[in-house]
Design a protein around this ligand. Sequence first.
Ligand code: ZN
Ligand code: ZN
Length: 637
Amino acid sequence: MITITLPDGSIKQFDHPPTGMDVALGISEGLARNCVAATVDDRLMDLNRTIERDAAVQLITTKDPQGLEIMRHSAAHVMAQAVLRLYPKAKLTIGPVVEDGFYYDIDMEPISEEAFDRIEAEMKKIVKEKLPIERREVSKSKALEFYRDEPYKLEMIQALADGTISFYQQGDFTDLCRGPHVPHTGMVKAFKLMKVSGAYWRADQSKAQLQRIYGTAFFDNKALKKYLHFLEEARKRNHRRIGQALDLFSFHDEAPGMPFFHPKGMAVWNALLDYWREEHRHAGYVETKTPIMMQRFLWERSGHWENYRENMYTSSIDDADYAIKPMNCPGGMLLFGRKHHSYRDLPIRAAEIGLVHRHELSGVLNGLFRVRAFHQDDAHIFMTPDQIQDEILGVLKLVDRIYSKFGLGFHLELSTRPEKSIGTDEQWQTATGGLESALKAYGREYKINEGDGAFYGPKIDVHIKDALGRTWQCGTIQLDMSLPERFDLAYVGQDNERHRPIMIHRVIYGSIERFFGILVEHFAGKFPLWLAPVQVILLPINDDLIPFAKAQAAEMEKAGLRTEVDQRSESLKKKVRDAQLQQIPLILTCGAKEKDEGTVSVRTLDGKVRHGIALSKFNAQISDHIAGRRLELDLFD
Ligand SMILES: [Zn+2]
Ligand SMILES: [Zn+2]
């Protein structure tokens, strides 16, 4: 008798060692059809492997993220099989699952995407053949013998410990693989090859160059289509593309990874910071500024010199070592320590829009998302232990207000004490308890990442969700028990004794450059009026009307609007089209009628046109809309 315990506690008994498939069939045929693999006492196993002893079994279906990963790995095998059928001289190396799909690195003649149709057609045949995927265990010597003509697989096997090695076979194809896999190739239903690029064996440029073929796979065509549509949307919204089209920012070889912001980009930037400053003033923050370059002994004290040096830009001047700051914190500690503090002064909320530099490898740089120089909307809050909850709650509310302004949803994650950490149990309890009670008081759900905090304290991360449903970690609220210690910060308590303040670092935009990039993609370049680089463009319908258009623009600039006059001798149609491509929210045509009446004709990006709005009314309405920083352009109706 074999006793199988299912996750809901129910028990199934078998008079023979069952396979995972037998367990699934014992529940229902429908379930069995959608089963991908099984977890047997926490070990992943193929469905057709027998379970030799009593065990806790969890079936993995097409609905589980893990099921998708397993199927994608099988899809990599199907692709490799197809490639070998079409290119018999190809030699396989490794083919892992990656985010959103899989790839296989293959030593073969260079191919282009034009080869994809043929490979996909061959893959379809293999899928249609519904070949059973079977696991076989062999000794190391057998495995070496089997792969005697496959140099890459040989090299991999040689590196393995002695003992049994597993192969997976489907029809004429065998691969060295740990598994698990779906039961047969027919489960690889909806797939697509995405791209091919060169890759070196073992990522070593002195070794053979391989073809890395990327693909993706889903359990049904609908999911595949949805994913491809998402990619197309993401491509259209790419902030580098839009940044160039709207003339917002650029990168130059003279400073790799360090963005240059153009006048239009700065208009957006300043609008972001004006808003940020307004919110922070209201929330009781003061603003500070610390140097970007400071002496080595500061960085030794903060620990950056020892722990972060390879990411820092350093220099020597007047026989002294300096480093450009990678973080604003040490400067912030010096400012707090510059004078004596009483408990009555706390909390102190000191913000700094600080420019930091961190050296990143050139390979990981990615537009504004990953740069080497960026501004953080930092703040350090110094407080007494009994202020933790209120202060964290205050930050959470501020986070909520600011993200909502952009129509960004978000979720919260709390990371607790890791294995290696400084501080006493009591300190951690106070700190983590403070964050938790603030989260509870705030009332939103949050996820707990057990043991994921920094060594110096627990933290709350805020993940925003953009218009495409992608999530980005931007905000973070991090409690720090290390820096106040290193900088010997103190305040005098009610008891007249010296106490260490509790300190948090927090950002909301995070890297302002990155947040800028996220907003470009979130709005697809169609910024709300208050953020738009150019808010109003005036289109004189002939050259005689240019002075009138300019006069109107001057009135609007006085009312605080960002305007442009299109003085080109182009047709009105062309001017309108170009203004739409620039995503300018308000497009005004200036004709003789408007001049005579002192009115404006407004076209919005939704294609609606309104005539005969008095200029004074227009200015007042628009200024009002901008002051309220409203998301939707719901005017003149
Ligand atoms: Zn494999
Ligand atoms: Zn900090």
